[in-house]
Design a protein. Structure first.
Length: 186
């Protein structure tokens, strides 16, 4: 699993970068309409899901737990598509979709981090992003009436924390990939 992730470190870097850009856009433009938020989040969820799906499929031959990344990708893509199917979605339903997605993907990331703990130092970053996802989802479920502006800020901050965590993991994986690429005895 580690070697597959290390060879595809750049996919995590892109995934994290997209999350950070999404978070910054939401924070810088808090007055955007709910439809714009739905569209932005839908695009982000689909792109995030595609990268997770590709990473899972690429690792199927060498990683017996490849299906977890595929499942995370499918959940993310499905959540993104739901936002496009119902563009006039209410804030409460949007909260539920985002919260459910965050909890499910967060749990899958925590499980992956636990499985990676024996293979790589720095799996903490994947676990941290998973924990941030779960906490984010639970907070959204517990406090749905905080209003759309609060949702925008929470979504923005969460996306930045998640993105930075995934990017830091990608740099750790790149270091591992670089070590794998060095000839033995060098």
């Amino acid at each position: 699993m580690l070697d597959v992730m290390a060879r595809n470190w750049w996919m995590l870097l892109i995934r994290g970068g997209v999350a950070v850009l999404f978070g910054i856009a939401v924070i810088l433009f808090p007055g955007i309409a709910l439809l714009t938020l739905v569209t932005l989040w839908g695009v982000y969820a689909v792109v995030d899901g595609i990268f997770a799906l590709i990473a899972g499929i690429r690792g199927r031959e060498t990683n017996k737990h490849w299906w977890m990344m595929v499942l995370e990708g499918i959940v993310s893509i499905a959540a993104g598509i739901l936002t496009f199917v119902w563009p006039a979605i209410t804030a409460l339903i949007l909260l539920a979709i985002i919260a459910g997605w965050a909890i499910i993907t967060g749990i899958l990331e925590i499980v992956a981090a636990i499985r990676l703990r024996e293979e790589i130092k720095g799996e903490f970053w994947l676990g941290l992003s998973g924990l941030a996802s779960v906490i984010f989802g639970v907070v959204l479920f517990l406090f749905p009436g905080t209003g759309i502006l609060a949702l925008l800020w929470v979504v923005g901050v969460y996306a930045i924390i998640f993105g930075v965590s995934i990017m830091l993991l990608s740099f750790r994986l790149k270091s591992h990939a670089d070590k794998m690429a060095q000839p033995t005895g060098a």
